[in-house]
Ligand binder design. Structure first.
Ligand code: ZN
Length: 153
């Protein structure tokens, strides 16, 4: 990624933090989970509607948190619409590895999603922020398994 592109995506994170997309509840969601990052105070209430074919039809969230947790959740909702649960799981692995500095394999992943995740992965230089950036995704895992509550601790 070039420096210009990196700046562009950092602007994107700021924008999503200020004006989150899909910030609402979904009445007919068949998956739901609450996520909490006690280190920062981030809270997320995540709704997912998955159809019978396993395709994510709608994702939305409510809650409150720091700009990084809100931006990450907002960008996640945009990335996941139309994806299968299996694709969502691969993106989660990619994000998790990228944010913790492990080798991350982007083979077969949506290029736009990969670029957004690379921008978010800038948090790996600030370990306390990694939980902010990954909270929405941990909550997604929990929602898809339909566990009631998730904590990063
Ligand atoms: Zn946070």
């Amino acid at each position: 990624m070039t420096d210009d592109l990196r700046d562009l995506y950092q602007d994107l994170i700021l924008d999503h933090g200020k004006r989150p997309r899909n910030f609402r509840a979904i009445d007919n969601a068949n998956h739901h989970a609450l996520g909490h990052n006690p280190l920062c105070g981030d809270k997320i209430d995540l709704f997912v509607a998955v159809d019978e074919a396993g395709i994510i039809q709608d994702v939305a969230f409510q809650g409150s948190g720091c700009a990084i947790s809100v931006a990450s959740a907002s960008m996640m909702t945009e990335m996941l619409k139309g994806k299968t649960e299996a694709e969502a799981a691969k993106l989660f692995d990619y994000l998790h590895h990228s944010c913790t500095g492990k080798p991350a394999d982007e083979t077969g992943l949506d290029e736009d999603a990969v670029d957004r995740i690379k921008a978010l992965a800038g948090v790996r230089d600030y370990p306390i922020r990694v939980k902010c950036a990954t909270l929405a995704w941990h909550t997604l895992q929990s929602a898809l398994k339909s566990k009631a509550k998730v904590s990063t601790e």
